[in-house]
Ligand binder design. Structure first.
Ligand SMILES: Cc1cc2nc3c(=O)[nH]c(=O)nc-3n(C[C@H](O)[C@H](O)[C@H](O)COP(=O)(O)O)c2cc1C
Length: 223
């Protein structure tokens, strides 16, 4: 098993392109929660990086290397994977795009999860103790549609992947019915009721921020 010396650090991974909107705000709040527990924090914007998903080179599955948890692909994600190997927790955030996380977060997940998994039923994780993991999703659909639209299945699949990393905790937060535009009058979007969206933003979104803060607290504590 790979044994890393980990710094008390929580890394935020923004899988969305916007740096000041729903996903980024929730990630920042989660990191504030972690910082309140004395953890160092860092926020990475995946859209700033030049990287691809897994290329199936299988270097990380060779007999010599499978325990290293290292990716042979060198690109913009390499420093982030190294940072994570030495961190106690990560919290990922993504807008839902076409009923899934963004392509950028998906590519990140391929790289980060695959290097830490072994093709070994008896010992599927290469990590003795992996990081705590948080997942934050933002989306247009209302909460009551999560099940009917199949999003709960997506969230469960992430839970299954990340639970194989042997971290102390995994948490998920869905922020629904988000405000998508600053000015709805500029866009052709008759399916959205701007007044309702603004009400959710003012009434519900602060609760989501508070939940993100609490998530950050628990991720830092390794609960
Ligand atoms: C390309 C694209 C596809 C989207 N697909 C969905 C979707 O399938 N389901 C949904 O609920 N919202 C969808 N949305 C809305 C976003 O998930 C939502 O506005 C989210 O809160 C945006 O995050 P941000 O404010 O951090 O950018 C989509 C938005 C874009 C730009």
């Amino acid at each position: 098993m790979a044994s890393e010396t980990r710094t008390h650090r929580v890394v935020g991974i923004n899988g969305g392109p916007r740096k000041n909107w729903n996903t980024a705000r929730l990630l920042e709040e989660a990191l504030c929660g972690s910082a309140s527990q004395g953890a160092a924090t860092e926020l990475v914007h995946l859209y700033d990086l030049d990287f691809k998903g897994c290329r199936s080179c299988f270097h990380c599955k060779t007999r010599e290397n499978y325990l290293n948890g290292r990716c042979a692909q060198r690109d913009g994600l390499s420093p982030v994977l190294e940072l994570l190997a030495g961190s106690t927790a990560l919290v990922m955030g993504s807008p839902i795009y076409l009923a899934d996380v963004t392509g950028a977060l998906r590519s990140f997940i391929e790289r980060f999860v695959f290097i830490n998994l072994a093709y070994d039923q008896a010992s599927p994780s290469v990590l003795e103790k992996g990081p705590s993991v948080g997942l934050i999703y933002t989306m247009n659909i209302p909460r009551e549609s999560l099940g009917p639209f199949g999003y709960s299945v997506l969230f469960k699949s992430h839970l299954d992947f990340f639970s194989r990393l042997n971290g102390p905790t995994i948490e998920q937060l869905a922020s629904c019915d988000t405000l998508q535009f600053d000015d709805y009058s500029r866009f052709h979007a008759p399916m959205f009721d701007e007044a309702h969206k603004r009400e959710v933003r003012e009434r519900r979104f602060p609760e989501d921020l508070a939940q993100a803060f609490g998530m950050g607290v628990r991720l830092a504590a390794g609960e």
